[in-house]
Structures are given as structure tokens and as C-alpha cells.
Ligand binder design. Structure first.
Ligand code: CA
Ligand code: CA
Ligand code: CA
Length: 284
């Protein structure tokens, strides 16, 4: 009876620990604009801005691509609870337009091209830029001009005049970011495009990660939880976690960023084993 009570107490503590949400913010690790052009001679990999929507004067479409190093910011086994992308629109016609996020399906490179202000027309593509037809100029092309991405839209925002805009969390956006946690090699980032690209004058200029004004840069906000009992971080609680914890406790090496002080009191002792067993039995 006594053991059951102790076990329950430890389980409760471990559950509380596993339910805590962590919030992280990150700038893109790469971003660029795809300027509609059949030959892909226009680019903007390293400018202070990116563009989305349809240009009125030149009747060209702009799409932005962005990557975020999510696997570097979240621990293995993290369960994503919410994802949100915040942008600052710094130039715009007074045209209300809806924009959507899509999952990019292949690798691309950001490039060094940096157009003169206000950057709306891009500049001559240089080696390593991505363009409307190139995922890396000049030798590597997208399968489809305008970028390779899933047709399914995952999150949306509406922009009218300059100001702050947000793609708020949706199940699809959470699934996208979770995929980047689980399989970092599948992280080719996201693409932002107008939902109606025939809407003339809908182009918006947004801050890029290179913007000198830090508050204008894109920010991905992710909330996640980590299951304490998932010791090896594979998102399953099973015997392998037990094995990994015992090995860690015995000094044989610990997975990733975990350590044997399971209850976090600064000592590695039998109470950590007890706490782990409690968390393991409670599951997640
Ligand atoms: Ca960039
Ligand atoms: Ca596990
Ligand atoms: Ca301890």
C-alpha cells in the first residue's frame, strides 16, 4: 500500500513536469523571394525584404520561401502544441489579400543577391540564388516554375495596409512543424503565396531575416511539450526508454540533452530511478 502511494506521488510530479509548455521564437535560417520570370534572372536572397502577392505595374507574381532550424531549437521528442508565424508588412497598396503557407517539398538555396531599395524588382540572379525557375541558380531547377510545394494550404493571414500580420496556429501548421522536429532532413521550409494570385496590386513587402530592423524580421513562435518518460526522445514511451534511462543512470551515456538527475534536485541517486519509474508508469 505504501509503495502504491509513493508511486502515485512520483507519477503526479512527473505528469506535472511533462505537461509544462515551452515557448521558443526563432528567425528564419534562410529566406528569399521568387520573382515570376520565365528565365529566372531575378532574385533576392540577401536583401532586407521579401515579397508576396501580385505586382500591379509589372503583372508579376511574388512568393517567399523560408526555412527555420526547428530541430536545432526544440529537443528530440518534443510534441508541438502550436505554431505561429509573425511578419511585418512594410510596403503595400491598399488592397486586401489573403496569403497562405504551404510545405516546400525539395531543397533550395538562399543566395547572395541583394537588390537596391525598395527591392521590388529583385536584381540579377547570382550563383546559389533561388528564383522562379531555379532552386539553386543556375544549374538546379524546381520541377514546377514558382517552387515545389504541397498544394494544400496549412495556415492563412489577411493583409491590407502595412503593419504586423500573423499566420495563427492551425492543425496543419502544427503538423508541418512537428514533421520538421521528427524528420529534420525533410525540412525544406515553407512557401508563402497569395491565395488569389490574379489579384492585381496585392503585393506586400515583408521584412526578411536580413532586415536591419530586428523587429521587422519574420518570427516563428512554437509552443511544445516534452514527455519526461520518453527518455530517448522518439515520441514513444516503451522499454527502450527504460533501458536508456538505466544506462544513463549507470554512467553509460545519456541520450541527447537528457541526464540522470530525473527529479532535477542536483543529485543522481535512487530517487531519480523511482521518479523515472513513476513517470514511465504514468506514460504521456
Ligand atoms: Ca534572405
Ligand atoms: Ca521513447
Ligand atoms: Ca536527482
Amino acid at each position: 500500500m505504501k509503495n502504491v502511494v509513493i508511486g502515485a506521488a512520483f507519477s503526479a510530479a512527473a505528469c506535472a513536469a511533462s505537461l509544462g509548455q515551452v515557448r521558443v521564437e526563432m528567425f528564419p535560417s534562410a529566406d528569399a523571394t521568387l520573382y515570376q520570370h520565365d528565365a529566372g534572372i531575378l532574385a533576392n536572397g540577401s536583401g532586407a525584404h521579401a515579397f508576396i502577392g501580385s505586382n500591379l505595374r509589372f503583372e508579376q507574381i511574388r512568393r517567399a520561401v523560408m526555412r527555420f532550424n526547428v530541430a536545432g531549437a526544440l529537443p528530440a521528442g518534443a510534441v508541438v502544441v502550436s505554431a505561429e508565424l509573425n511578419l511585418v508588412v512594410s510596403r503595400s497598396q491598399p488592397v486586401e489579400a489573403v496569403f497562405a503557407i504551404h510545405r516546400v517539398t525539395t531543397a533550395w538555396s538562399e543566395g547572395v543577391s541583394d537588390p537596391p531599395e525598395p527591392e521590388g524588382q529583385g536584381t540579377t540572379s547570382r550563383t546559389g540564388d533561388c528564383t522562379w525557375v531555379h532552386k539553386s541558380y543556375p544549374g538546379s531547377r524546381w520541377t514546377n516554375p514558382g517552387g515545389d510545394f504541397d498544394a494544400e494550404a496549412l495556415a492563412w493571414m489577411t493583409s491590407y495596409i502595412p503593419g504586423n500580420v500573423s499566420f495563427v496556429s492551425t492543425p496543419g501548421f502544427v503538423g508541418l512543424v512537428q514533421g520538421w522536429v521528427d524528420e529534420p532532413g525533410s525540412n525544406f521550409g515553407l512557401l508563402i503565396k497569395g491565395v488569389d494570385e490574379s489579384l492585381e496590386g496585392s503585393a506586400k513587402r515583408i521584412g526578411s531575416r536580413e532586415n536591419p530592423n530586428v523587429s521587422w524580421r519574420p518570427v516563428l513562435v512554437v509552443r511544445y511539450t516534452v514527455c519526461a518518460a520518453d527518455f530517448n526522445g522518439d515520441r514513444f514511451v516503451d522499454f527502450f526508454d527504460f533501458e536508456a534511462f538505466v544506462e544513463c543512470l549507470e554512467g553509460g551515456g545519456c541520450p541527447g540533452d537528457r541526464d540522470a538527475d530525473f527529479n532535477g534536485d542536483g543529485f543522481v541517486d535512487f530517487f531519480d530511478f523511482e521518479a523515472f519509474v513513476g513517470a514511465f508508469e504514468a506514460g504521456c
